[in-house]
Design a protein around this ligand. Sequence first.
Ligand SMILES: Cc1cc2nc3c(=O)[nH]c(=O)nc-3n(C[C@H](O)[C@H](O)[C@H](O)COP(=O)(O)OP(=O)(O)OC[C@H]3O[C@@H](n4cnc5c(N)ncnc54)[C@H](O)[C@@H]3O)c2cc1C
Length: 464
Amino acid sequence: MYDFCVIGGGIVGAATALKLLERCPGASLLLVEKAPQLGTHQTGHNSGVVHSGIYYEPGSRKAELCRRGAQATKEFAAANGIPFDECGKLLVATNHVELRRLDNLAERAAVNRLEIERLDAAELRRREPYIRGVAALLVPSTGIIDFRLVTAAIAKHVEAAGGQIQTSTEVDRIDETGDAVTIGAGEQHWSARRLVVCAGFQADRLARLASIRTDTAIVPFRGEYYQLPAARKDIIRHLIYPVPDPDLPFLGVHLSPTVDGTITVGPNAVLGLAREGYRKFSVDRKDLAELATFPGLWRLAKANIATGAREMRNSLFKRGYLRECRKYCPLLQVADLLPHEAGIRAQAVRRDGSLVHDFELERTPRSVHVLNAPSPAATSALPIGELIADTLLSDRRPTGSIAFRNRPALEPGSTALIRDRTRCIAPEWACGKQRKSPSRLGGKDFSIGGPNASEHEHPNGGRP
Ligand SMILES: Cc1cc2nc3c(=O)[nH]c(=O)nc-3n(C[C@H](O)[C@H](O)[C@H](O)COP(=O)(O)OP(=O)(O)OC[C@H]3O[C@@H](n4cnc5c(N)ncnc54)[C@H](O)[C@@H]3O)c2cc1C
């Protein structure tokens, strides 16, 4: 019997395994991954941006996790020799509507305690001669990294701490009883005292395997990229982003330098017909059948017909895609858009058609399921891992399934939960004798609320 099993070897599963072993030195842990290597899916197919958190609602869990995650990722990269480039990000406004949105983002950055610099059109041109705009915001702390390398380095630490990693193993059953959780993959099976499931595209299916009733389903949204030819690799110094539409903040094709020296263009967001099919016209019959019968997808499509049609058109016709980039980089030509592998977002959508924007966890007495881990979950993976570990190790003995959805946002820097959080140390059975100091977990101040903050809610609603 293991102390812990973790299903899913993307960056969230790997980070959670590490944080569990940091919290509980000497515990036994097995991480099971379906693919032959860790970080194969979303973790290995993304823009590689270590986000600063400028877009997120001040005080929200997403903003706080992103801010802490960016710092933790930079420190982890430095300590493990992983290439990281703090190249900075420029948000470029190309018209007066975007200018107003840029002003709002500047205000939000101030509340999120982010250092930014405002550039006028001339200064933008001086810093980025090939980029055009009426104004821009520079976020110097945004950087680039290869999250696959980060995941591989995390996995090494997991193994060094005694954890076992088994790849090429697809979990096909989960059976939770009062004493243990048993997971199976074909002929094999393992039991553990506690289980974490971080299965990305398969999150809803594994939740169903565990008899969790959730009203969300994973809808795959392809994020298609191009890359620029080598001759164009010096045209930008920063990440170049359009100003997002606040209603659809994840849309907007950007130019991203990568740590391997290429510049990617993208991603867009079009409905995918296969959760794990990276080729343009990949179709998976099971995925398609589930999509077709999920009412949330039809409601989402109805509410976003114009945007969906535009994204689809730009996916099919390069010229449309190019038009999006030429708004701020007029130099680019169709011939500059070379093929590049797509990514696929595992986006949780509710039956009512609404997108789940935040991280979402669901808990059973012995398990935590990550139901939604959208961008910037790669940036935030280390603190998300802490959050999941602390949720799983909570000394409260739940009696049923508890959803932590729609938890009220915490005040930034709230200390009310630090005290409560100190009760979330691992129980003796999992940690042997080496409990952590209550006020400093894993050598770091633990100053944000977990998804289970409602369990520990301060009478004042989390306010100090
Ligand atoms: C196009 C795109 C661009 C993005 N850009 C950024 C960015 O620049 N910065 C950022 O911070 N975030 C970005 N993200 C988001 C980020 O990549 C994801 O939020 C993050 O990688 C999620 O990690 P994960 O571990 O939850 O999921 P995954 O990496 O998808 O891992 C889940 C794992 O579970 C495994 N699994 C599933 N089912 C089973 C099973 N039955 N048994 C065993 N294993 C199983 C899968 O094989 C997979 O390896 C982007 C995402 C996309 C798609």
